[in-house]
Write a protein that binds this ligand. Sequence first.
Ligand code: BDR
Ligand code: CA
Length: 311
Amino acid sequence: ARKIIIDTDPGKDDAVAILLALASPELEVLALTAVAGNVPLSRTEANARQLLELGGRPDIPVYPGCMRPLVRNPVTAEHVHGETGLQGLVLPEPATPPRPGHAVDAMIDMLRQAAPGEITLCLLGPATNLAMALVKAPDIAARVAEVIWMAGARSEGGNVTPAAEYNVHADPDAAEVLLNSGIALTLLPLDLTHQVRLTRERLTRLRMIGTAAARAVAVMFSDADGTPQREREQEGIPLHDPCVIAWLLRPGLFSGRRINVQVETGSPLALGMTVADWFGVSGRAANATWLNQADAAGFFDLLLERLARLP
Ligand code: BDR
Ligand code: CA
């Protein structure tokens, strides 16, 4: 199985991504590293532990990471994910404590102890933890197999400002460190994740699965009357972060191109905007694979099949 570390700020769609990974024998989840993002770190790390218990894997370690972005003030997203981060879902207090030690150190240690190219990093939130690890231990860049990150937006525009996607906007300086790290990087921007929507019909299929994990996902994405949330409900709710895991499981569901991607860290108006050189007009060398097409039907077949395998 492919060894992965999931760095995450759960977050409702993060929760789905974590459950999808736990349900997939092709992947060995070495650890969850939590970061401040959608909600503060105290919630994201507790949510991570609760989700592991829900998925029947309390043995997987959770390491709390950075409490704030590298340079700027925290930007949270309770309006999307609720005060707890897992809106609507009530899970038991986790029985397992977080592991001692900081996520940044845990990442460095795991990468140094593994063979070069053995560990893939899945980033589902702001890139703060990995950027800190790269500053603290630059040698790890050569040891990471690759980084798969839900981040950015080009033709789709931003979801937190008109220019910027949340995970980049929340810590643009961390994004800059990662984009310049030389690590093999695959980005799944809004251009792609907005094609992967939990529609009314898919929610109905989800509810028929009957496992606790599937029920939990249905609850997080339903209003009290059971309909999908949000004003764009005809189209459905985008499931951003699970696309990262689905890409590892079924790369054939996605397509894109190797391009150069830079991030805006100066302009207040465009802070965190990803400048993605899709047409290769900048002359800058490619530093990322930018995925912008998804087979949403294939994604949901995979997700529902996997959620049926969990407790
Ligand atoms: C990203 O922002 C977060 O709110 C989601 O969990 C996802 O990682 C989408 O822009
Ligand atoms: Ca997230």
